[in-house]
Write a protein that binds this ligand. Structure first.
Ligand code: HEM
Length: 352
């Protein structure tokens, strides 16, 4: 977020709704600059207009309905691998955060890219490296144009990591293409990578996607998201005030989630039962107040995928174990692009 544009933090639900549900392009995504651009590339997360619409249709298709159902066995197999390792820790403490990161990397590698765990792990390791370089430099302001002439150690390092990342993704892509070319497979497949390749190989040259577009899209699915940001494209009235063009809008989901006027006096407490009668009841008919997955046309495309994965994982854990938080756990939420526990999550595992 270290750009020099003026910034406006928006916390009013009605204004957030106006911004996130706008379909006329008055509040587009912000233009990423510097190191952050390396992680998100130029894919669906940042695209606008026709390009976004096309990519969104593809992604919607890959992460809904039957495609999502077909992914369940791969999710179960990945959780089983993780829980096999947990068996050796029964009656003892275990740190689970790193295991969950590995699990999500394995699930997305298998389901969206049909690739192996090791390939996915390599991509995640590179993305983690890029994330920490970005976080370390997020608040540093560099004078306009200076990047062209003088590059910092971190910028040089980030370029190397990006190159390795692109090569690793391209290896997976080429393997899939070769399978079709050599006749080992009859189609590119119906997962996300398969659909992207189908578009890439579209006979109509005008529609062909470039290899770098492909890589950008693949990177998108491995990317973690945090703050929701938009930009004011042209002079606009937002609430009582009129704003000029080129203002960055910052929406912090936590500011809404902790608001006692919306959620009640117990907003800050862990009370899953507040959702027992649905989101509308929990938010007093104000669905925009729950921003975990965003809102409006750009709502998270992986919402059902991620929710299924979480439900499968939790139910499989609970079928085998009871657990309590270890006294060694230190509560310290920490942002490295996304919020994570700074010192891990230690739990005490007991068999059922
Ligand atoms: C618990 C896990 C996840 C959370 C909390 C989450 C959160 C979000 C949020 C808040 C947005 C909206 C960003 C904005 O409006 O600027 C978003 C967008 C997006 N998410 Fe997720 N996400 C999760 C998992 C996933 C997964 C597993 C995938 C891929 C399979 C994914 C792919 C995307 C994409 C492609 C977008 C951009 C959609 C667009 O601009 O049309 N997300 N996510």
């Amino acid at each position: 977020m270290g750009s020099t544009e003026p910034k406006l933090v928006v916390t009013e639900p009605e204004l957030i709704k106006q911004i996130l549900s706008n379909k006329e392009g008055i509040f587009p995504k912000i233009k990423l600059k510097g190191l952050v651009k390396k992680i998100f590339g130029d894919g669906i997360v940042v695209a606008e207009g026709e390009k976004w619409l096309k990519l969104r249709k593809l992604a919607n298709h890959s992460f809904h309905g039957d495609c999502l159902k077909d992914m369940v066995p791969a999710m179960i197999a990945s959780v089983e691998t993780m829980l096999d390792k947990w068996r050796y820790h029964e009656g003892k403490e275990i740190e689970v955060c790193d295991g969950f990161k590995l699990l999500t990397s394995e699930v997305i590698s298998r389901t969206a890219f049909g690739s192996s765990y090791l390939e996915g792990q390599e991509i995640f390791a590179l993305l983690t490296k890029l994330s920490s370089l970005i976080s370390r430099n997020a608040l540093k302001i560099r004078f306009f144009g200076i990047r062209k002439f003088i590059r910092t150690k971190d910028e040089i390092e980030a370029e190397k990591v990006e190159k390795l990342l692109n090569e690793s993704i391209m290896e997976i892509v080429e393997k899939r293409q070769d399978e079709v070319i050599t006749g080992q497979a009859s189609s590119f497949g119906s997962d996300f990578l398969g659909l992207l390749l189908k578009v890439h190989h579209d006979m109509d040259r005008g529609n062909q996607k470039s290899a770098s577009d492909l890589i950008d899209e693949c990177k998108t699915l491995y990317s973690p998201l945090t703050t929701i940001t938009r930009r004011i494209e042209r002079k606009v009235k937002l609430g009582k005030y009129e704003f000029p063009a080129n203002v960055d809008l910052i929406i912090l989901p936590l500011a809404l989630h902790m608001n006692p006027d919306i959620w009640g006096k117990d907003a800050h407490l862990f009370k899953p039962e507040r959702f027992s009668e649905g989101l509308a009841k929990a938010t007093n008919g104000n669905a925009v107040s729950f921003l975990g997955f965003g809102f409006g046309p750009r709502i998270c495309v992986g919402l059902n995928f991620a929710s299924n994965e979480a439900k499968i994982t939790l139910s499989m854990i609970l079928q085998r174990h009871k657990f309590t938080l270890s006294p060694n756990y230190v509560h310290s939420p920490f942002v490295v692009l996304m919020t994570q526990p700074q010192h891990g999550v230690q739990i005490l595992l007991q068999p059922l």
